[in-house]
Design a protein around this ligand. Structure first.
Ligand code: IYR
Length: 326
């Protein structure tokens, strides 16, 4: 796969293609990051961007994971102490999941976001950004909560992180796009460079195929799940073999294959007894999706296979989490 394709595979949006192509021409040592608010345990939402970081490491880039403790605090995720403890656990799970420890820089937001220079830049951004603009940037991250002053400071700090961590590329889920757009507009106001951004898709809710899979509502899959939990959740997932053009429901089973399984395994084997046609082997997502649609692959077999591969993916993180907790 060529470097640009590796960098952008499974991305929903690339801002801008031209800027990312330039990075792909000389990726060695380029710094890229994702920031995570430490909260709960790692779930598939976190792992979607983590997969992208693994691709970027493979492309030769330096990966920075921001454990955004101050952001989590501004977003009311607990006491500072609780947030720090969760961040430590997240870091251990990311490494267990497959981020190369020697090529990944883990940084706490509080290590640099409370410095004088950063704080003064933040004040300047507060002067130059309208309340309305900051609120719009934050809408998707904040969810339905009533806006607090902290919610408008948050995207301005996320903007500055890109400069202060000396990054060449910002990565995030599609829910981060408005913050990244704000950053592209505001950084030059402070005399800093504009940086490109890459956005991963948002996976639909497992049981309905609507909205997004999240830890706060509906069913999500996390590193806390046992093999049995996983089987149960995947087996009850929404998995229509063909898309109904009348609705915009997604097939979350296919999405999980596309975004989580295929990027991490070279081939996928669907085990079937001889009487049902024997095993099927797939090297790429498209062939599996085609077989599901044509009826060659039964949804029950697709789900069983998905549960097995997801289990393998989360097993190291699950083990780590249990060790930490014991
Ligand atoms: N807004 C992210 C957390 C976050 C991301 C980055 I990239 C930052 O520089 C700071 C915070 C979230 O919604 O989890």
């Amino acid at each position: 796969m060529d470097t640009y394709d590796l960098i952008t595979r499974n991305a929903e949006e690339v801002v801008t293609e031209e800027e990312v192509r330039e990075l792909a021409d000389d990726p060695d040592g380029k710094r890229v990051y994702v920031g995570y608010e430490p909260s709960g345990v790692l779930h598939l939402g976190h792992l979607l961007t983590a997969n992208k970081l693994i691709d970027l490491q493979e492309a030769g880039m330096e990966v920075v994971v921001l454990l955004a403790d101050v952001h989590a605090y501004l977003n009311d995720k607990g006491t500072f102490e609780e947030i720090r403890e969760t961040a430590e656990q997240m870091k251990a799970q990311f490494i267990a999941y497959g981020l190369e420890e020697e090529n990944t820089e883990f940084v706490y937001g509080s290590e640099f976001q409370l410095d004088e220079e950063y704080t003064l830049d933040l004040q300047e951004l507060q002067v130059s950004t309208t309340l309305n603009r900051a609120q719009r940037a934050m809408a998707e991250i904040q969810g339905g909560e009533t806006a607090k002053v902290s919610h408008v400071v948050y995207p301005l700090m996320q903007t500055l992180d890109i400069e202060y961590l000396d990054l060449d590329l910002a990565v995030g889920g599609l829910d981060q796009r408005k913050v990244h757009m704000l950053a592209r507009e505001e950084l030059p106001e402070l005399g800093y460079d504009v940086r490109p951004a890459l956005h991963t898709p948002i996976v639909a809710d497992l049981t309905s195929g609507e909205g997004k899979m999240s830890s706060s509502e509906g069913v999500t899959i996390s590193m806390e799940d046992s093999t049995e939990d996983l089987e149960e959740k995947v087996n009850s997932a929404f998995c229509p073999p063909t898309r109904d053009p009348e609705d915009d429901l997604e097939n979350p089973v296919l999405e999980l294959f596309e975004y989580h399984v295929f990027p991490r395994f070279d081939e996928i084997v669907v085990e079937r007894p001889e009487q049902y046609g024997g095993d099927l082997t797939y090297e790429e997502y498209e062939s599996l999706a085609t077989d599901l649609e044509s009826g060659e692959l039964h949804p029950a077999d697709a789900k069983g296979t998905l549960a097995t591969y997801l289990d393998e993916l989360i097993a190291p993180g699950r083990k780590k989490l249990r060790e930490i907790r014991d």
